[in-house]
Design a protein around this ligand. Sequence first.
Ligand code: CA
Ligand code: CA
Length: 199
Amino acid sequence: MDPLNSQPFFVLGSTSVSVVEGSDNSVALIGGVTLTDADDVRASAVISVIAPQEGDVLSVSDSQALGVSIATDGLSATVAITEFASLVDALQAISYASAANFTNPLSRNISVSVFDAGSRGQLPQGNASSTMEVVVHITPVNNAPVISGPVAPAQFTEGQLMPSDMFSEVNISDSDDVQLSAFVQLITSFPGDSLELSE
Ligand SMILES: [Ca+2]
Ligand SMILES: [Ca+2]
């Protein structure tokens, strides 16, 4: 009698996926899966984000429809022991999304581990497992800066400089930048008009 529990063996159709940054842009992590085990027909799985960043989310689409129990805390998902075909369906239902901004580094490694059910009762050898990784490449989006403030024209006396705080009530923000440049232009100008820099 062979006392060993053979390792489950699985091959992912792809070990690399891409997604645009932002919680609205999730990507399924796993496409095709080939799963075999010389001495088991049932297995469980755990998928985890390695070195997760703030805003990373693993989600599961409609696990009830799959009839498989999938528990997730947002950064990992655990598929309960089930038949191979159902396990493959469950793995394909797991997606990743990043935060809206500041996604550096621009890739994540996701570990995929499959544990067999130890169906032959070979304990104490226990459940055998194997692990692969999927790399998610995140495409960043540069959000445009937003400028807001008084729209009423500033008033000044002819021949005198407009106060240098003419932009003091203008607000400028950028959701993914901390350094900005600006260009100020007189849209309509007349002879004698000029823009000057105060000391
Ligand atoms: Ca096995
Ligand atoms: Ca920006």
